[in-house]
Design a protein around this ligand. Sequence first.
Ligand code: GCO
Ligand code: MG
Length: 410
Amino acid sequence: MSTRIRSFEVLVSAPSRNFVTVRITTDDGVVGLGDATLNGRELAVVAYLREHVAALMIGRDALRIEDTWQFLYRSAYWRRGPVTMSAIAAVDMALWDITGRIAGMPVYQLLGGASRDGVLCYAHAAGNDLDALAEAVRQRQQEGFRAIRLQVAVPGMAAGYGVQKGARRGERYAYEPATRAGLSVEQGWDARAYLSYLPHVFEQMRGEFGAGPMFLHDAHHRLTPIQAARLGASLEPYDLFWLEDVTPVDNPEALRLVREHTTTPLAIGEVLNTVWDFRTLVQEQLIDYVRASVTHAGGITHLKRIFEFAAMYQVKSGSHGPTDISPVGMAAALHLDLAIHNFGMQEYMQHDPRVGEVFRTSYTFDDGMLHPGDAPGLGVDYDDEAAAGFPYAPAYLPAARLADGTAHEW
Ligand code: GCO
Ligand code: MG
């Protein structure tokens, strides 16, 4: 048996949106997949992998997962950042996949086995007004979701985060931020209007749906720390499962102020990539959920490290799972979610059906919970023929501006 790496491919396809996939094959023909999709900056990671990683991987032992992670991280010399950490993540996932396939076991078994029966996940509900939002919530509940993220357009504001222009009511795929229609679409932002409207939104939704469903909300880095503190405090009566990305996390100390003013649970981290980025947030217990993704935070090996670090401080996991994480990244997250002790919640935005033509998955959804399945490895296969029908096309994330034209966090 030879577990040496024979080929290293970087595949780009766009079934409804762009995905970057690493495929590693051993001498014996065992194949492993990894997700390297960095929304809106996809080709930077492709170049990193093709030009700077591929040659280093040929001939290495695919079973040396930890050593490969350390080698790629340390030998790059330059530290951290989304491009590097997504590239390393994809290689790491592919090696776990290969190891699982050789062992004949799902990856979660290699990670210590299942710590729970399934993975609690939340869906998105978005609406252009409160009626549309309520309809979306009802639909998600009918689909079986117990936890739902609520986003709504704010009256008087050109666009509300999380709602796509022209989205049909209740539409499951209503939110796909990356647009192919030319360059970045610009949206308006008005924090005063948002802050006074949001408590009313949650009051209405609790009134309509009662105390049962778990509700979440994402402020997408748009508030200053004191605005974030006010939002958290004003939403306390509505019992949020978490309030996400209330303020930009370039400055983690800013969360101290937010924390002093509210007991609404806080989740942060989808733009962070390493355990070091989480140090202040976790050690000072400034957040309740680590929102990093397996795709952008160094793969299974490194995200596990981040979650275990967080566990020491009673901080739980909250893996990022938007549509810009491919089914390979999603599967990797689910194996990890099932195995770790301090699991909190998994985001499950659900891909467009075309994604399933390229990526054949084994994970299942039932009664509000996901399960990675018991296929060996990650349980995902890539269909080259189908992928050929969905070529890459540049796509951009939106941008936001204040009413006077000032550039703002989107
Ligand atoms: C989330 C997110 C995403 C991001 C997207 C950016 O909580 O799911 O905020 O939807 O905007 O992943 O690429
Ligand atoms: Mg988010």
